[in-house]
Design a protein around this ligand. Structure first.
Ligand SMILES: NC(=O)c1ccc[n+]([C@@H]2O[C@H](COP(=O)([O-])OP(=O)(O)OC[C@H]3O[C@@H](n4cnc5c(N)ncnc54)[C@H](O)[C@@H]3O)[C@@H](O)[C@H]2O)c1
Length: 333
């Protein structure tokens, strides 16, 4: 059994623990939580019936803990990841792993050097509808995609002030649009080029971005990301792939943020057939990704669904999109 210590009793910490408790494929369990905010961590520990650690050092010294779920604000990932792996604990790092390739490489190297596992929470690879699109694409259901369109749209998160600071969040590209860029890599492989255009907000964040990716097989993909939608606009994710044999469209609309009350539709359009609605029982991938990592740790299997190499390749593409925003040029990848 993998025993998990949670670092960061925030939105994602709660989402992860809820996800792992709802999924039953492993007996992995959260045993304790640590957060710089004492009241928050104690409330979290009481709510979930787990231990509250007074400090990070106390948590990583606990021999009960096999793996740490690093769900801190993004700019703190490298600092804490290195400490966690040096304490010989496996680490699940929320996305983005880091903002720069050399930082991400240091984290990956440190995990290897200390003989522990690292996996990044690039959750869309585990999201049932996106995973289904990948499976159907690999089976040839769509043929080759001519055009793909992805969107991820919402408002600036209200629960963490740090999101507004581009140096802490990495802006919409790192913070939100990375999910769609990641899925495109998972689906179609490494892109050949990217061109991005964006609009900045008053905090100097590029919070509305449009990214055009090309792929060696001729597919073009448009990725639209915004964290400045009008209040009231539902958090939305969307994927449409128009293939040589069929078209698929997935739409997810929630409330202020991802989660309860979401409505989804997943429709397959094939020539000569009625549009086919495909139903799903579960709607998120947060429990599945951590469960998968726990299973890989226990079995010694590679985390082949999210390798460190793929994390670096995706990060390189996001960085290229960021450069394109700044210099208004197409970047080869
Ligand atoms: N995969 C996804 O869909 C998804 C969605 C949202 C956020 N995220 C990622 O999850 C991570 C966390 O985001 P969040 O929304 O949960 O943030 P949050 O602000 O809700 O929670 C962060 C927590 O970290 C604590 N904290 C800050 N500094 C600390 C320190 N030095 N030591 C201990 N605790 C500290 C804060 O008190 C807070 O409770 C980010 O990297 C973000 O990019 C991923």
């Amino acid at each position: 059994m993998i025993r998990i210590g949670l670092l960061g009793a925030g939105m994602m910490g709660a989402t992860h623990i809820g996800g792992i408790r709802a999924n039953k494929a492993t007996d992995a369990k959260y045993v304790g939580v640590c957060d710089i905010d004492e009241a928050k961590r104690n409330e979290f520990a009481d709510k979930y019936g787990i231990k509250s650690y007074a400090s990070f050092d106390e948590m990583i010294a606990d021999e009960q803990i096999d793996m740490v779920d690093l769900s801190l604000p993004s700019h703190l990932h490298e600092l804490f990841c290195i400490k966690i792996v040096e304490a010989k604990k496996h680490v699940f790092v929320e996305k983005p792993i880091a903002f720069e390739l050399d930082a991400a490489q240091r984290m990956i190297d440190a995990a290897k050097a200390n003989g522990v596992r690292l996996m990044v929470g690039q959750v869309i690879r585990f999201w049932p509808q996106y995973a289904k699109i990948k499976q159907m694409y690999d089976e040839g259901v769509f043929g080759e995609f001519k055009g793909v369109s992805c969107s991820r749209l919402g408002q600036m998160p209200t629960w963490g002030e740090w999101y507004k600071d581009p140096k802490k969040s990495g802006e919409t590209l790192m913070n939100l649009t990375l999910h769609d860029i990641d899925f495109l890599h998972y689906l179609l492989g490494k892109p050949s080029s990217v061109y991005s255009a964006g609009v900045k907000d008053e905090m100097d964040n590029y919070n509305d971005v449009m990214n055009a990716f090309t792929f060696a097989n001729g597919t073009n993909a448009l990725v639209d990301g915004s964290l400045s939608m009008t209040p009231g606009y539902p958090f939305t994710m969307h994927f449409r792939g128009a293939g040589t044999k069929a078209t698929v469209e997935f739409v997810y609309k929630a409330g202020e943020n991802i989660g309860a009350g979401a409505t989804t539709s997943f429709v397959l359009y094939e020539e000569g057939k009625e549009p086919q609605d495909i139903a799903f029982d579960e709607y998120d991938g947060y429990g599945r990704e951590i469960e998968y990592f726990a299973q890989c740790i226990e079995s010694g299997a590679e985390t082949s669904e999210v390798t460190s190499e793929s994390v670096l390749t995706v990060l390189a593409s996001v960085i290229a999109a960021k450069k394109s925003l700044a210099d208004n040029k197409v970047h080869e990848l």
